[in-house]
Write a protein that binds this ligand. Structure first.
Ligand code: PLP
Length: 388
């Protein structure tokens, strides 16, 4: 794959913005649905290839394309397609390469709606799948059938925080002619570039760190020019998971500080984990860069750092205890999602059904935001005292 060697700030602050009108520092929002042509000939030329012309904003839009150009460079890819949500990126990237009768291998602990896509949606179109743990590349190879078309990864997974050996899995997939897709929302391109390991497509929930301010829902797919144009002309234009220009502009605004935000999430998280690891009410900490994590060495090899999302278990079997803990936190908001400036807590017990195993009850996921870590540590300390 051909990429230029841009520095991160050059991408985030300059790339694609060399000639803004009136010397504007920030690009205008092209809030337009259609683009007009001066002549029949120009119109005809554009209509022959919508992938490289501005015709209608369900296809290309300059504000959207600027964000795509930046994210493609950040991920060391040739091209990117911004879409209306992370889920649209996952569904679009998979469906573009699947037909009835095909088979997908996926990591078991993937994002819940990725699971739904495989378990319910793609099942309707006779696409089957096999879940694997993901920690052993040979397990993946053993599950390859002749109709396997996609190996779907998420490294790390965002409740259990297991990682996959991307280089090894990409080698296996290439040997069998299978496409690899990874959800890289957690590490972001600041800390991990899966395309460098030979993975074919990277997807992100841009709603998380790339947006970074909990004010936008968006997704992106990055890969080779050929793959992205294939997705553009198949799933994207037909299903219509279109990003609107204002959303793209908000993403651009979030991206300006991505390289500043990520190392602070990382630093703060290590400090909070340093506190939690000595607390006797905490029985387990799941974070790739926690030194007791069994995959710590692989994490260091594959990623340049970690983000602010991790999970831990509290020594209790009572939902009341979990509720006491979360409800007495002052600076962690109870919410889904993550990746913004703010700290969040998501007890897995809120989405637990009575049939789930008891073990899951005590699992709590936190997102460490950009607050002073001492503030968060004191908050957690107080909340843990509420549990008997
Ligand atoms: C949130 C999330 C998604 C889905 O993204 P949306 O923008 O909410 O559609 C996908 N993958 C992971 C890992 C996520 O956390």
């Amino acid at each position: 794959m051909e990429t230029k060697n841009y520095k991160v700030t050059e991408i985030l602050h300059h790339l694609g913005e060399e000639d803004l009108p009136f010397g504007a520092v920030n690009p205008p929002i092209f809030q337009t649905s259609i683009f007009s042509f001066k002549t029949f000939a120009d119109f005809k030329k554009a209509m022959q290839d919508e992938t490289s012309h501005y015709i209608y904003s369900r296809g290309n839009n300059p504000t959207v394309n600027l964000v795509e150009e930046k994210i493609a460079e950040l991920e060391h890819g040739e091209k990117a397609k911004l879409v209306s949500s992370g889920v649209a990126a996952i569904a679009g990237s998979m469906m573009a390469f699947l037909e009835s009768g095909d088979h997908v291998i996926s990591v078991r602990d993937v994002y819940s709606w990725t699971k739904t896509l495989l378990d319910r949606y793609l099942k309707r179109f006779n696409v089957t799948h096999t879940y694997v743990e993901g920690t052993d590349p040979e397990e993946i190879e053993r599950n390859i059938n002749e109709n396997t078309k996609i190996i779907y990864l998420e490294s790390p997974t965002t409740f259990s925080f297991k990682i996959q050996d991307l280089k090894r899995i990409a080698e296996i997939a290439k040997k069998h002619g299978i496409k690899t897709i990874i959800d890289n929302s957690w590490a972001t391109p600041i800390f991990q570039n899966p395309l460098d390991y030979g993975i074919d497509l990277v997807v992100h929930s841009v709603s998380k760190y790339l947006g970074g301010h909990s004010d936008v829902v968006a997704g992106v797919i990055v890969g080779s020019k050929e793959d992205i144009l294939h997705i553009f002309t198949t799933e994207f234009q037909n299903i219509g998971t279109v990003p609107d220009p204002f959303m793209a502009w908000l993403v651009l605004r979030g991206l300006r500080t991505l390289h500043i935000r990520m190392p602070i999430h990382y630093e703060n998280t290590l400090k909070v984990i340093d506190f939690l690891k000595n607390e006797e009410k905490i029985t387990e900490i799941n974070y790739p860069f926690f030194e007791r994590n069994p995959q710590y060495e692989l994490a260091k090899k594959e990623m340049r750092g970690g983000s602010g999302l991790f999970s831990f278990k509290i020594k209790t079997t009572s939902e009341d205890d979990i509720a006491k803990f979360t409800d007495s936190l002052k600076f962690f908001k109870l919410a889904v999602s993550w990746g913004g400036y703010e700290s969040l807590v998501m007890p897995s017990a809120v989405s637990r059904s009575s049939s789930d195993d008891k073990d899951k009850l005590s699992l709590v996921r936190v997102h460490i935001g950009l607050e002073e870590p001492d503030l968060l540590i004191d908050d957690l300390k107080e909340a843990l005292l509420q549990i008997s």
